[in-house]
Write a protein that binds this ligand. Structure first.
Ligand code: NAP
Length: 248
């Protein structure tokens, strides 16, 4: 008898939840609680942190979870590290659903950096219009380069004052190439700061940057402990012992 836990919060996790529900597998979908109105899921849903790796291990035992699927965002490193530690502690099998990172195409002008602070350091000294395509919890260090005019894009309107004045776009995406080209042209964007999330939903800004000849300061993915990792929903369904009915 399977009782799976899906650590979610991504479009891929929603695809997986739909497939798990269709297959009639018992599962719980978990949101971190960062987004105010998260997408409805066809699975019983819980919201909020577990209280670290120990809290997650307790939850796994309490809820008699037999399989854990980490379908969080590739930059949700804390949750992913906790999942590895908690599953080891609880003796529960873990698999990660993680899309491949983007790779450079001809014409891309990427400055690859390892974290947000090195991204700030890589910004030019001369003022420029910069599109910061990163989560709001990571923007504070950019206050150290106040000479730039920043455009930010969030799913929800900011609740608290931002660490610096910025042009804020509120939109959930996914974003089209035409839409990104227009947004960058209208705002005179000269440079983009992005994280190497991978996948199609967030890719349009990278394609638009290439077409406009704009440099992208690309933040690499965080290092994670060794774990079983696949890129498709179908492989997760196989792991769960079912074959996916939809191609994914
Ligand atoms: P994070 O830094 O790795 O996680 C911080 C803490 O939030 C975790 O230690 C955990 O708290 C809690 N948490 C995160 N994801 C959770 C989940 N799915 N279910 C229950 N608790 C969760 O993660 P983050 O970058 O803030 O991302 C939070 C959520 O947003 C994730 O579900 C992720 O998939 C989604 N998301 C993130 C990004 C991104 O850019 N990082 C983009 C799109 C979606 P405890 O230690 O208390 O358990």
């Amino acid at each position: 008898m399977i009782r799976a836990l899906v650590l979610g919060g991504t479009a891929d996790a929603s695809l997986l939840a739909a497939e798990i529900a269709r297959a009639g597998i018992e599962a719980i979908y978990s949101y971190g609680g960062r987004t105010r109105a998260p997408t409805d899921q066809p699975l019983p849903t819980r919201i909020g942190g577990f209280g670290g790796a120990n809290g997650l291990a307790d939850y796994i035992r309490r809820e008699a979870i037999t399989h854990v699927i980490d379908a969080t965002h590739p930059f949700a490193a804390e949750m992913s590290r906790n999942a590895v530690a908690a599953c080891a502690k609880a003796g529960t099998p873990l698999i990660a659903l993680e899309r491949a990172p983007w790779t450079k195409a001809p014409g891309d002008n990427w400055i690859e950096v390892s974290n947000v602070n090195t991204a700030v350091a890589a910004l030019p000294e001369a003022s420029a219009n910069v599109f910061l395509a990163i989560g709001r919890q990571h923007i504070a260090p950019f206050a150290n380069k106040p000479q730039h005019t920043y455009t930010l894009r969030f799913v929800d309107p900011p609740e608290a004052l931002l660490p610096f004045a910025a042009d804020v776009i509120v939109s959930r995406g996914p974003f089209t190439l035409d839409g990104e080209l227009q947004m960058m042209r209208t705002r005179g964007i000269a440079l983009i700061v992005a994280r190497n999330s991978g996948g199609d939903g967030a890719r349009a800004k990278i394609d638009a940057a290439r077409m406009l000849g704009l440099p992208v300061i690309m933040i690499s993915r965080p290092q994670l402990p060794e774990r079983l990792r696949v890129e498709s929903v179908a492989e997760i369904m196989q792991w769960l012992g079912h074959s996916a009915r939809l191609g994914a």
